[in-house]
Design a protein around this ligand. Structure first.
Ligand SMILES: Cc1ncc(COP(=O)(O)O)c(C=O)c1O
Length: 384
């Protein structure tokens, strides 16, 4: 039977979410922009989802802009936000997701200056460094993720915002991984924009949102329709948005229970791993997402381990990214000062609602067997 331990990549669709979506894939097919009753039904379903998504992060429903996912929300925040600004410098942390890094690079190509905010060995941005950078540059836009997808490291977003108060620079946070796993308060955090994604919270793929203060001028990245207050043109994917709303509602009502269960499960996993030789855990001394464990087994290639685990029907992730056919060690680990050789051994286990202790036992058993096998093979190859 398959054992899924890769919930930061995506989560299975909750059956309760699927049930809520089904009518909108069937009889309720109206276009939300139509004025007849079918259209109005679809519109009110989207309005309800807007309220549910807003509630998950304590935002106002009027601040929710539905998108196709986290990637689009990040693109809209950076490219759309920059378009309305006079400032010409933006800052992002060194551990951002590619969907923040690539739009930032696009802005550089358009003449913006880019500051990279470094992280410490636990993956944290230092708010004081941001404060220093603000005084030295014409900073307009800052993007720092709420929590990292690889390490799970949680940033002190409110402290970062405090550093920006005088300059008036806009703070965006990619909260795709944090939402549903941690309590998030958009209002209290002071963040100006925040990205969310449905498929990371047991909702369907293809929906996400940018939460944005209404006062922020955003340039739409898709034009040709008045949907989402003209900020995101195109007929809404009603069923997907409805599913996102329901997933957000469930994530909020079950947040504490899930968080406790995941924390308990992860500490069980950690206690078992700590008994093994050669295990190095990353970002182990800071606040992390309750479900995430990023580690390396010294001398064992992470990518190979992932493939061997897959042979045993266990789904995990490695820290490596594939770029132009070559696997590169995680840029997150390199930014944390981890040795590139060790970074190549990284694997990520991200737990979910459906996991139990017996899953951890199975994972550890297979891990022990495989690492014995793989380091023996490695030694044979190394010794010729
Ligand atoms: C931190 C982070 N941001 C953004 C994304 C992209 O979200 P989506 O898959 O909804 O486009 C991901 C997905 O892996 C992520 O982990």
């Amino acid at each position: 039977m398959e054992l899924y331990l890769d919930h930061n990549a995506t989560t299975p669709l909750d059956e309760r979410v699927l049930d809520t979506m089904l009518p909108y894939l069937g009889k309720l097919y109206g276009n939300p922009s139509s004025r007849h009753s079918q259209g109005r039904l679809a519109r009110s379903a989207i309005d309800q989802a807007r309220e549910q998504v807003a509630a998950l992060v304590n935002a106002h429903p009027g601040q929710v802009i539905f998108t196709s996912g986290g990637t689009e929300a990040n693109n809209l925040a950076l490219k759309g936000g920059a378009a309305g600004m006079d400032a010409t410098t933006l800052a992002i942390s060194a551990v951002e997701h590619p969907s923040v890094v690539a739009p930032a690079r696009r802005l550089v190509a358009a003449g913006w200056s880019l500051l990279e905010l470094g992280v410490d060995s636990e993956g944290r941005v230092d708010p004081l460094e941001l404060g220093l950078r603000v005084t030295q540059s014409d900073l307009g836009l800052v993007s720092v993720m709420w929590a990292n997808n690889e390490t799970g490291t949680v940033q002190d977003i409110s402290a970062l915002k405090v550093q920006l108060e005088e300059s008036g620079a806009i703070l965006h946070s990619d909260a795709v991984q944090a939402a549903g796993k941690l309590p998030i308060d958009f209002k209290a955090s002071g963040v100006d924009m925040m990205s969310l994604s449905s498929h990371k919270i047991y909702g369907p793929k293809g929906a996400g949102a940018l939460i944005a203060e209404r006062a922020i001028t955003l340039e739409p990245q898709l034009e040709g329709g008045g949907q989402e207050r003209g900020l995101r043109a195109g007929t809404e994917s009603v069923a997907t948005i409805v599913g996102f709303g329901r997933a957000a509602e469930l994530a909020l009502s079950e947040l504490e229970q899930n968080r406790q269960q995941l924390l308990e499960l992860r500490s069980y996993l950690e206690s078992r791993l700590d008994a093994l030789p050669g295990v190095r855990r990353f970002a182990a001394n800071t606040e992390r997402l309750p479900n995430t464990l990023f580690m390396a087994l010294e001398g064992v290639d992470g990518e190979m381990l992932l493939m061997q685990m897959d042979r045993h029907n266990i789904a995990i992730s490695s820290g490596s990214a594939c770029s132009s056919g070559k696997t590169e060690p995680s840029h997150v680990l390199l930014a944390m000062g981890v040795d590139p050789q060790l970074a190549r051994s990284a694997i990520r286990v991200s737990l979910g609602r459906g996991n139990r202790r017996r899953d951890i036992d199975r994972f550890c058993e297979v891990l022990v067997g495989l690492t014995g096998e793989m380091s023996r093979t490695h030694a044979v190859i190394a010794n010729g």
